[in-house]
Structure formats: structure tokens, C-alpha cells
Design a protein around this ligand. Structure first.
Ligand SMILES: Nc1nc2c(ncn2[C@@H]2O[C@H](COP(=O)(O)OP(=O)(O)OP(=O)(O)O)[C@@H](O)[C@H]2O)c(=O)[nH]1
Length: 563
């Protein structure tokens, strides 16, 4: 053989020959093994994958599986790992490890949407199609095979996807020897020169001929493909070709050759093998012996047939069961994930709610404080305005001293307190003289100024405890506390003198005023306010009458004092 100059290229060529020229593939594989020390890491992984494939082809599935798993887990090569996964799917199913096979199939299927590399995608699709065909899921198997047919990458061809479609249709009992799908697959595999896949299709056609009771056609076909099958040495094909031959002979009534062929098939198998082909082989043997009248032999083969049939039934139901189990596990896993994420969202929602509740709580407290502050502020404002209003309602609008009503109320209250402790007080009534003239001469505004002026003068002579109010237009009242009759007259006179001595100066004008004053004391008239008012008014009246600008006290019996 020519020396290996480009190992990577050599490995690719070797791989392409797997089913196309299997003997040459084995030869090249051996050759590249001599070059192993000078291969790069990637090339060594490629070689390991091809080794695993050949191990599988030879029927050593356990070793093959370990090698494939190594490639999947450690090669770091996506394409190689995908090929190994597809192959492992096949291995697991072949070994009736359906549960694992279908679990892997589900994983592979769910990874498909992320796979962009055309070769990886194609490899996985074909692997899945084969897997689902095993599961008896004809429609899904066809679907994946069609997806593979539409996505054949450079270097690959239509032989595999079309063969898979035909195989799925056959297993689903939807194929006849005249089906165009079968012919297309045969044509494609013949065209690209892939004898292993072509043989698989020929054998399918042979099986259909037998089902359709066309043993002559089956026989002719088997004769034609026999050399190719022998050359490739693929065990499943050698077995099925032998069984089909036995069936053809049996159908043609050639019991001897039928027996010979069926026994050859049985001889190829190992003890404990269970397969549909072996079941058919035993069936042929049973029919032949029965026809020949060999009761004991017939019974013995029939027992074998039943064993195979039962085994196959178990196998078939195991496949279906495994599919269900895997599906269920996937669903459960999905459900668990959903449940977890739901629980998660509930938890997050709860947390969010808690946070919101705390925030809301804080907000409520803040709101409450604001409301409370507003209420307090409002109450405070209300109180202030009430106080202001109260004050205003007690005040004389012009001068700011007590108005008539308030003066009377307060004077009455104070007199009652005074009465209890027998204190002294004087009620003083002051009326400005000829005030009408002031207004008439100078105007009402000047009159107002004069009134305020008088109030200021009076206040200068009063103590804080004394009461002072405006009783009418130009008339004022005072309740002088802790004050005897004489003291009251003296204070009143001082006020009168001050008014007289202090003219109003406004707008460049000087306005002289005078006042007449009446005084009534508690020591003379008691603590009754009405009486005191009356007496003070009488004294004032007398003051006016007797010439104004004077103070009169105690007018009773004309025994009055004039200041
Ligand atoms: N400017 C002003 N004048 C007032 C006010 N209240 C009453 N008067 C005036 O005071 C005057 C009182 O006049 P009269 O009652 O006739 O008494 P009088 O002119 O003071 O004369 P005698 O009391 O007899 O000395 C009237 O002209 C009222 O209009 C006020 O608030 N402002």
C-alpha cells in the first residue's frame, strides 16, 4: 500500500469506505494504526471513532460502546461526538437496551435546534430515524429520515436517508415490492456504490416478494446479491439472506433445500440468540418436517419457533415499553422542571409580595404620618383662627380695646370675684366732649384718629389688671381694680387732664379734646354691675350738664364729688 502522506485525508477516505468497500476499510484502518504515534490528537480521536465503528460492525457491542462513549465525552470534536452518538443509539437498540437508547434519542432530539453544523445535524437525524424505527414509531422515523434527505451535507449522499425511509415504511407494513420509495432507495445506493445499504434494500425487497408469494422473484434476487453479501460479511445480512432463501425454497415446495438453508441460518446463530429471522427459520423447519410427516422433529422445531416468537414478542413489547418509559421520563423531567420553575416563581412572587407589603406598610405609615401632620397642622390653624376670631369678637374694631359686650361680661365676672374677697373697684365712664363737632369740622377719619389717640392716653394710666372697653361711639368704660372711690376719682382726673393736655396732631392740624367722666365705686354702690353702670352714667350726665371736662363721682343724694 502507498505510504500515508496526509493522515487526516487518509482517515476521511477510510471512513467513506466503511460500507462502500468494507474489506478495503479494514485494510486501511490497519495501515493507519501503524502511523498512530505521528497522528495529531484530533486525528487520534478520529481513528478511535473508526475503531469503535468497526468493533460494532463485527458485533462486539460492549467494547464498541465504551469506545463511542469515550469519543462522545472526551474528543472535544462536535462532529465526531455526534457521529458517535448516532452510532451509540444504534448499538443500544441492537442490544435491546431500549431504555438507554431512547433516553439518548430524546437528549439528541432536544439538542437538534442548537446544532448548526450540517454534517453533525445530518448524522443526528439519521441516528434518530433509525432509533424511532426501532421503537415502532414509523411516522417519526420517516419524518427524521425526510429531514436528513433535505439536509444531506457535502460528502454524503441520498442512499442512507432514502434507505431509512424505506426501512421505516417496511417495519410499519406500508411497503410493497412495487413501492417507489423502495426503488428510489435502491437506485440511490446503487448509484453511489454503497453495497451494505444496497444489500439491506435488496433483502427488504426479497422479504416483500416472499410476503407477496413471489418465491421465484425472491430466489432470483437472492442469487444475484449473494456474492455481495458474502464479501461484506455483515452478520445480519448473511443471516437474513439465508432465511429468505429457506422461505423461497419452502414456498417453491423444495423441502430439502428449504431445510438445508434454514439449518444453515440456525447454525450461524449463537445459543440464546433471539431474532425474527431465527423465528422464521424455525417456522420453515417446522412446516417442512410436518409436511414430511416427521412429527417429533416438527414438534421440536415448533418449540424453538415458540421460544423465538415469545422472545420476539417480548422484544417488541420491550421496545414499545421502553419508548413509553423514556417518553414518560422526559415528560416527568419536563414536568419537574416546570414544577420547580413554578415553585421558583411562586417563591419569587412571595418575596416580591413581602417586599411590596413592607413597602406598602412603610407607605401607609408615611401616609398616616402625613395625614396626622396635616390634621395637627389643620387643627392648629383652626385653633389659631378660632383664637384670632375669639379675640376679634372681643375687640373693638377701631381701637383694639374690649368692645361693649366683652367689657360688660368681663366686668361682671371680675366684680363677682372681687365681691368674694371684698376687694374695691371703681367703674369709670368717659365721654368725649362735643365730638360731633370734631367729625363735622375735620371729617370722620380725623375723628377716628382722635378716638385712637384717646385710647392710648387712657391706657397709659391703667394697670394691666384694669379693664378698658369702648362702650359706644365716643364713650369708654373702665373698671379700676383694687381702687377706692378716691383713688378712682384721682385716676379719672389724671386721665381727663392728660386728654386735655395732649391734643391730637394729624395732617398738620392740632386738635384739642376734652372729656367728661363719671365714677361709681363699689364701696358706695356694691358689686352689682348694672347699678354701678347706672351710677357712673348718672355721674357722667351730671359732668356734662355742669359744663363738661370734669370728673363726677357718687351722685346719690346730690352728695357727689367733683374733681
Ligand atoms: N369719627 C368717629 N365718630 C364717631 C364714632 N362713633 C360716634 N361718633 C360721633 O360722635 C358724635 C357724638 O355726638 P353726640 O352724641 O351728639 O355728642 P357730642 O357731640 O360729643 O356732645 P356731648 O357728648 O354732648 O359733649 C357723633 O357725631 C357721632 O357721629 C366713631 O367711631 N368715629
Amino acid at each position: 500500500a502507498a505510504p500515508v502522506t496526509n493522515p487526516a485525508q487518509f482517515l476521511d477516505q477510510t471512513e467513506r469506505l466503511r460500507t462502500v468497500d468494507h474489506p478495503r476499510f479494514v485494510q486501511m484502518l490497519e495501515q493507519i494504526h501503524h502511523e498512530a504515534p505521528r497522528l495529531t490528537t484530533d486525528e487520534q480521536w478520529h481513528l478511535r471513532y473508526l475503531d469503535a465503528w468497526e468493533t460494532m460492525f463485527e458485533g462486539n457491542y460492549a467494547t464498541s460502546e465504551a469506545e463511542l462513549r469515550d469519543v462522545i465525552d472526551h474528543s472535544g470534536d462536535e462532529t465526531l461526538a455526534a457521529k458517535a452518538s448516532a452510532q451509540l443509539l444504534n448499538n443500544l437498540a441492537t442490544n435491546r437496551r431500549y431504555e438507554e437508547a431512547f433516553a439518548l434519542a430524546n437528549r439528541v432530539a432536544s439538542s437538534l435546534p442548537q446544532v448548526k453544523d450540517p454534517l453533525v445535524r445530518y448524522t443526528l437525524l439519521t441516528g434518530l430515524s433509525q432509533m424511532l424505527d426501532f421503537a415502532g414509531q414509523t411516522d417519526l422515523a420517516i419524518q427524521y429520515a425526510r429531514m436528513a434527505e433535505d439536509a444531506v451535507p457535502p460528502g454524503e449522499n441520498l442512499c442512507r436517508p432514502l434507505s431509512m425511509q424505506a426501512a421505516a415504511l417496511y417495519n410499519g407494513k406500508r411497503l410493497t415490492s412495487a413501492s417507489p420509495e423502495l426503488q428510489r432507495a435502491i437506485d440511490a445506493c446503487v448509484a453511489v456504490g454503497d453495497p451494505v445499504f444496497a444489500n439491506a434494500m435488496w433483502l427488504t425487497l426479497g422479504s416483500l416478494y416472499l410476503d407477496e408469494n413471489q418465491p421465484v422473484k425472491a430466489m432470483a434476487l437472492l442469487d444475484r446479491i449473494a456474492p455481495g453479501i458474502r464479501a461484506n460479511h455483515y452478520y445480519p445480512h448473511m443471516l437474513s439472506a439465508q432465511v429468505e432463501l429457506a422461505q423461497a425454497y419452502a414456498k417453491l415446495g423444495n423441502d430439502n433445500d428449504a431445510r438445508k438453508a434454514a439449518l444453515a441460518a440456525v447454525a450461524m446463530s449463537h445459543t440464546g440468540d433471539i431474532s425474527e429471522w431465527l423465528m422464521v427459520a424455525y417456522d420453515v423447519l417446522y412446516q417442512v418436517e410436518k409436511r414430511q410427516g416427521h412429527g417429533a422433529a416438527a414438534l421440536s422445531y415448533y418449540e424453538h419457533y415458540v421460544t423465538q416468537d415469545k422472545g420476539n414478542l417480548n422484544d417488541v413489547s420491550a421496545r414499545a415499553l421502553a419508548y413509553e418509559v423514556a417518553q414518560q421520563q422526559m415528560l416527568v423531567q419536563k414536568f419537574e422542571t416546570e414544577k420547580l420553575s413554578k415553585q421558583n416563581s411562586i417563591l419569587q412572587l412571595q418575596q416580591a409580595l413581602d417586599t411590596k407589603a413592607v413597602e406598602a406598610g412603610r407607605l401607609y405609615i408615611a401616609l398616616l404620618l402625613v395625614v396626622l401632620a396635616s390634621v395637627i397642622f389643620w387643627l392648629y390653624r383652626l385653633k389659631l383662627s378660632q383664637l384670632r376670631f375669639k379675640k376679634l369678637s372681643h375687640q373693638d374694631g377701631l381701637t383694639g380695646i374690649f368692645n361693649h359686650q366683652h367689657f360688660i361680661t368681663e366686668a361682671d365676672r371680675v366684680l363677682r370675684v372681687l365681691e368674694k374677697k371684698l376687694g374695691l373697684a371703681c367703674l369709670v365712664s368717659i365721654d368725649l366732649d362735643h365730638f360731633k363737632q370734631v367729625n363735622d369740622t375735620h371729617g370722620h377719619a380725623i375723628g377716628d384718629v382722635a378716638l385712637k389717640h384717646i385710647v392710648v392716653i387712657c391706657q397709659q394710666h391703667l394697670r394691666p389688671t384694669d379693664l378698658f372697653g369702648r362702650l359706644g361711639g365716643e364713650e369708654f368704660g373702665m373698671l379700676l381694680l383694687e381702687c377706692s372711690r378716691n383713688q378712682g376719682v384721682a385716676i379719672a382726673n389724671r386721665i381727663r387732664l392728660a386728654i386735655e393736655a395732649t391734643p391730637v396732631e394729624t395732617d398738620g392740624r392740632v386738635l384739642s379734646l376734652s372729656a367728661s367722666v363719671g365714677v361709681a365705686s363699689t364701696d358706695a354702690f356694691g358689686y352689682g354691675l348694672q347699678r354701678l353702670c347706672r351710677e357712673a352714667d348718672a355721674a357722667l350726665y351730671r359732668a356734662k350738664r355742669t359744663g363738661r371736662n370734669r370728673v363726677i363721682a357718687d351722685t346719690e343724694n346730690d352728695d357727689f364729688v367733683e374733681a
